[in-house]
Design a binder for this molecule. Structure first.
Ligand code: HEM
Length: 204
């Protein structure tokens, strides 16, 4: 189970890294983000690729929960605790994020593009939920990678101790999270989201 979790983790991370780079592009312009997403969709919206991605995430959720339940660690280290809690947050995030995207696509039948993703970040009071919700998701992804890196890697790399390497990975996560929130909110000034993405109109 541990091996499967590790293998799927690496596979899913390829998508997540591309997805996050795509979101960072919104710092430069929304058009750049949308154009890149259209290109990436050709790959991840391919029914085979998308099924592997979604099934991979579901089995990642089950194997992760199972490993936490089976864990007998009595005195977990800082990185073991970080790995556990970032994993638990990602379980919550994936359930909500993927449900939202599939409800948007199949029930509301709208294009789940940039504006769908950032609508909640650009309206008050919804942003009080969406800022920590997305921010913590990005940081949790990097925190999970940083913990695994620290637990597995025993060697110095470029003269850096593993704890420092892991802290660097975590710092990159905090910077990425800031950049994506910045780009998703028009530099914190707020975007005018097209009215069809407005919560009230979606629920009509
Ligand atoms: C501010 C941060 C984020 C925003 C605004 C966002 C927004 C979106 C949007 C709009 C889609 C639909 C894409 C499409 O229709 O082609 C999507 C899909 C997805 N996102 Fe995110 N996302 C964010 C962060 C994340 C993070 C941190 C993860 C993982 C840890 C993640 C995982 C996924 C996955 C797995 C999909 C499904 C892809 C598919 O099969 O269609 N997202 N996201």
């Amino acid at each position: 189970m541990r091996k499967l979790h590790r293998f799927l983790g690496v596979t899913i991370s390829v998508f997540i890294i591309l997805h996050l780079i795509n979101h960072i592009l919104s710092v430069f312009s929304v058009e750049m983000h949308i154009q890149t997403m259209n290109t990436l969709r050709k790959i991840y919206r391919n029914p085979l690729v998308e099924s592997v991605l979604i099934l991979g995430i579901l089995s990642q959720i089950f194997s992760g929960i199972k490993m936490i339940m089976l864990s007998k660690a009595t005195k977990p280290s800082f990185f073991e605790l970080t790995q556990k809690w970032s994993g638990i947050y990602m379980v919550f995030f994936f359930c909500v994020h993927l449900s939202a995207i599939f409800v948007g696509r199949y029930i509301f039948q709208i294009d789940t593009n940039f504006y769908f993703g950032v609508a909640g970040l650009n309206s008050f009071p919804q942003n009080l939920f969406f800022i920590p919700y997305y921010g913590l998701a990005i940081i949790s992804f990097f925190a999970h990678v940083a913990s695994v890196h620290h637990i597995k890697m025993k060697h110095h790399l470029f003269g850096l101790a593993t704890a420092l390497q892991s802290k660097l990975i975590l710092s990159v996560g905090i910077i990425v999270s800031f950049l994506i929130l910045y780009g998703s909110t028009n530099g914190f000034k707020g975007f005018k989201v097209p009215s069809e993405y407005n919560f009230k109109n979606l629920l009509k």
